[in-house]
Design a protein around this ligand. Structure first.
Ligand SMILES: [Zn+2]
Length: 365
């Protein structure tokens, strides 16, 4: 009979009786042999062995993480100190590894929370700002922005006058007095300034063939003014930089870079939703002015054509994908299929604007 101190018992399944085995210990594994007939039972990686308990001088081990297979080793067994040492090393290693991956995750959660708070504060400040700024103050702010911009802007005075006449045939705003300017630039671009200035680049006017396309463009920019989208973007940018300098001072270049990048992503999707809103309001305005909202689809086609060209125009870089906007416009038209005959004065002022643009092209030659 074997000495009790040398006993090792192996149990393959819970309902099976345990049998006595011999154990061979290797660097990374153990091998088990039947104590009676010396037949090979199996090899088990030390890394997957778990010490379940030590009770009454016997250690109970689970040999595989997913299986039942148990091994009972007397703590007085010659090999137990060495096996126990190996199991302890593995436990230390894995708990160390756990600690290592815990920290980055914790930091990520904190960072996500801070970014969330940052955006929440910005929307709160922006919201409060929108309430506080009166239409009058907005107008003053817009004048200041326009004045500083106009210095670097080449203005086509003749075309500006014709565009102003064209727009006078439309009712695009109840709250704001809109002012139109034609910039003498080949870029396909247009933008709205808080309070009512709308700047249209010659490049986009040259692309257009029908007056309805221009009505679509002006209605879109007027909607940005009416719904205070331009004011909102400026307030957002301002509150963002004020908040960041409050939080980080001059030390937080890293934090600033991280949050700045996040802000860019956010403002992209933000303006995307505002663009879609402006498109919808624009088609509403077009119908109110008895101009066919299909002009919006014509405008999108012009933009798409320009998009496939080599130079990527600024108008497009800040606007959502023209394809998406076009399909949204098509859905709107399915909902309101009524067609309109564009009023005669709009047609007339359109022709005058177009011929003014052609004249200035001829003058360049
Ligand atoms: Zn827009």
């Amino acid at each position: 009979m074997l000495d009790k101190q040398h006993e090792v018992w192996y149990q393959a399944r819970q309902q099976e009786p345990a049998r006595q085995v011999r154990i061979l210990l290797f660097d990374q594994a153990i091998q088990l042999y039947d104590a009676l007939d010396e037949s090979f039972i199996g090899a088990f990686a030390v890394g997957s062995i778990r010490l379940l308990e030590v009770n009454a001088g016997e250690a109970l081990l689970q040999l595989l993480p997913d299986g039942y297979e148990r091994l009972t080793v007397s703590v007085n067994h010659l090999l137990w100190p060495e096996l126990n040492q190996k199991l302890t090393n593995i436990r230390k290693f894995s708990s160390k590894a756990k600690k290592h991956w815990k920290w980055p995750v914790l930091l990520l959660i904190i960072a996500a929370g801070l970014i969330g708070i940052y955006f929440l504060l910005i929307s709160m400040i922006t919201g409060i700002g929108l309430q506080l700024v009166s239409t009058e103050k907005e107008r003053e702010l817009g004048e200041m922005i326009y004045a500083s911009m106009a210095e670097g802007l080449k203005i086509d005075t003749a075309a500006t006058e014709k565009l102003t006449r064209f727009a006078a045939e439309l009712n695009l705003s109840d709250q704001y007095k809109l002012e139109f300017t034609v910039a003498d630039e080949k870029e396909i671009n247009a933008f709205a300034i808080p309070g009512g200035h709308i700047v249209v680049y010659k490049g986009i006017l040259d692309e257009m063939d029908e007056p309805e396309e221009l009505v679509a463009l002006l209605s879109h920019e007027a909607s940005h003014v009416n719904e205070r989208h331009s004011l909102r973007s400026i307030l957002r940018q301002l509150s963002g930089s004020v908040l960041l300098s409050m939080v980080f001072g001059d030390l937080g270049s890293i934090g600033r870079a991280v949050v700045g990048q996040a802000d860019q992503l956010r403002s992209l999707s933000y303006s995307r939703s505002l663009e879609e809103k402006a498109d919808a309001s624009a088609m509403e305005l077009m119908r109110n002015n008895k101009v066919d909202p299909r002009g919006m689809i014509g405008l999108m086609d012009r933009l798409k054509k320009a998009e496939s060209g080599t130079a990527l125009p600024g108008f497009l870089s800040t606007h959502p994908l023209t394809k998406d906007r076009k399909s949204t416009a098509e859905k709107y038209i399915l909902k309101f299929p009524q067609t309109f005959e564009t009023p005669e004065p709009i047609e007339t002022s359109w022709k005058q604007l177009k011929s003014s643009l052609e004249d200035s092209v001829q003058n360049e030659w």
